[in-house]
Design a protein around this ligand. Structure first.
Ligand SMILES: Cc1ncc(COP(=O)(O)O)c(C=O)c1O
Length: 392
C-alpha cells in the first residue's frame, strides 16, 4: 500500500543533516567517544522546588481531569505578574495571555490563524526552523530576511521590497537569537513596531532565550516597546530558564485579538497542559531568580572556556551576550557541511552546520554550551590536538 501524502507535508523542507548523522552513527558503532556540541537542550536538572510542586499537584485528584486549553487563570496571572516584575509590562491574564504546550507549539500554530495558502510571511534567515515550517504547513510562502554579521544579525527592514512588505501578513523575529546568539535593543524593536504599523503586519516575537544572558546584559521584551501590543505577540516558556524543556509549557502574550484567535485554534486541537505542570511552572516563575543566575554563570564559564580555547588557535569566535550558542564563520575553503564533517572526522566533536537554519547560515557553524564543562574542555583539547593546523 502507498498513501499519498498531503501537499503541505510534501512541501516541508528535507532533513539536511542526513549525511552527518550517518557519520555520527558510524563512529558510534565503531566505539568512538563522540562529544556533541550540536544539541541545544539544557543539561542541568530542573530546580528542586519545581519538582516538589509537580509531585504535590500530581497527587491532587482535582488536577487529573482535562485542563482548559487556554490554561488555568492562575497560571496566566503568574505570567502577567512575571511580565510586570521583569519588564514593567501590564498584561490582562484573561485576554492577553494564552498557555502553550511549549512555545514551539504556539509558534507552529499561529500561522494557521493568520496565513492563507499563497500568503507571504517574513522569516529570519538563519532562524529557528519552526517559523518557516509552521508557515509552510499553512500553505504560506516564507520570505527570508537575511541576518548578516555586519548588521549584528538584525534584519535590514529597509531592504525588504515594498511590494513584499505590502503582501506580508506576518513577521517572525527572535532575540536573543538562535542560532546566532545576537541580541536586539529596544530601538530595533521600536523599528519593527513602526514597520508593522506601516504595512499592517502581525509581529510574532520569539523570546525563548530572554533569560539566558551574560555579563550584566538584560534582554528587553518586545511588549515593552510602545505600541507593540497593538501589532504583535511574544512567545516564551519556562524551558530554558528553568531547565524544563521536557515539561512542555510556555505562553503567548500580547495583542488580545491574536491571543483569542490562537486560543480558539488550540481549543480545537488540544486540551491544554496537565495542571500539575502548570503549577510547577508557576513555582519556577514565582521562585528565586538565583536558579536562573546560577545556570547562566555555568553557561558563561563554558562559553569562555570554548571561545578563549579555540581563539587561542586562531579561530574567530565572538562571545555571545545571550543564549547558549556560539555562532561563527567556517575557515576559508570549507562549506558549513564540509567543516562539520572534518571536525567530526578528526576530533570526534559534533558541531552544527549553519545551513540547518536557512540559506544564510551557509558558511557558518553553531556550537552549543549545554554539555558538561569537562566535556567542553575536552572538545577544545581534541580540536587543539587534531585540528591545530586549520587556518581561519
Ligand atoms: C528560538 C527558539 N524558540 C522556541 C523554542 C521552543 O522552546 P519550547 O517549545 O521548549 O518553549 C526553541 C527551542 O529550542 C528555540 O530555540
Amino acid at each position: 500500500m502507498r498513501f499519498e501524502q498531503a501537499q503541505r507535508i510534501k512541501n516541508l523542507p528535507p532533513y539536511l543533516f542526513a549525511r552527518i548523522e550517518r557519520l555520527i552513527e558510524e563512529k558510534k558503532a565503531a566505539g568512538v567517544d563522540i562529544i556533541s556540541l550540536g544539541i541545544g537542550d539544557p543539561d542541568q536538572p530542573t530546580p528542586e522546588h519545581i519538582i516538589e510542586e509537580l509531585i504535590k499537584e500530581a497527587r491532587n485528584p482535582a488536577n487529573h481531569q482535562y485542563p482548559s486549553s487556554a490554561g488555568m487563570l492562575s497560571y496566566r496571572q503568574t505570567v502577567a505578574d512575571w511580565y510586570a516584575r521583569r519588564f514593567g509590562v501590564h498584561l490582562d491574564p484573561r485576554t492577553e495571555v494564552v498557555t502553550l504546550i511549549g512555545s514551539k507549539e504556539g509558534i507552529a500554530h499561529i500561522s494557521w490563524c493568520y496565513l492563507n495558502p499563497g500568503d507571504t510571511v517574513l522569516v529570519p534567515d538563519p532562524g529557528y526552523p519552526v517559523y518557516a515550517g509552521g508557515a509552510i504547513l499553512a500553505g504560506a510562502e516564507p520570505y527570508y530576511m537575511p541576518l548578516k554579521a555586519e548588521r549584528g544579525y538584525l534584519p535590514d527592514l529597509s531592504a525588504i521590497p515594498t511590494e513584499v512588505a505590502r503582501r506580508a501578513k506576518m513577521m517572525f523575529i527572535n532575540y536573543p537569537n538562535n542560532p546566532t546568539g545576537a541580541v536586539a535593543d529596544e530601538s530595533f524593536l521600536a523599528e519593527v513596531v513602526a514597520f508593522a504599523r506601516d504595512f499592517n503586519i502581525l509581529v510574532c516575537h520569539d523570546a525563548a532565550y530572554s533569560e539566558i544572558t551574560f555579563d550584566g546584559y538584560r534582554a528587553p521584551s518586545f511588549l515593552q516597546v510602545p505600541g507593540a501590543k497593538e501589532v504583535g505577540i511574544e512567545f516564551s516558556s519556562v524551558s530554558k530558564p528553568f531547565n524544563m524543556t521536557g515539561w512542555r509549557i510556555g505562553w503567548a502574550a500580547g495583542c488580545a485579538e491574536v491571543i483569542e484567535a490562537l486560543g480558539r485554534l488550540k481549543s480545537n486541537l488540544d486540551s491544554g497542559q496537565f495542571q500539575a505542570i502548570q503549577y510547577a511552572a508557576m513555582a519556577g516563575l514565582n521562585g528565586p531568580r538565583e536558579v536562573i543566575d546560577r545556570v547562566n554563570a555555568l553557561y558563561r564559564e563554558r562559553r569562555d572556556i570554548l571561545v578563549d580555547g579555540l581563539n587561542s588557535l586562531g579561530w574567530r569566535l565572538e562571545k555571545p551576550k545571550a543564549t547558549f550558542y556560539v555562532w561563527a564563520p567556517v575557515p576559508a575553503g570549507y562549506t558549513s557541511e564540509s567543516f562539520a564533517e572534518m571536525v567530526l572526522e578528526k576530533a570526534a566533536v559534533v558541531i552544527t552546520p549553519g545551513t540547518g537554519y536557512g540559506p544564510n547560515g551557509a558558511g557558518y557553524f553553531r556550537m552549543s554550551l549545554t554539555i558538561d564543562t569537562a566535556r567542553i574542555k575536552e572538545a577544545v583539547e581534541r580540536i587543539k590536538k587534531n585540528l591545530g593546523s586549520v587556518r581561519f
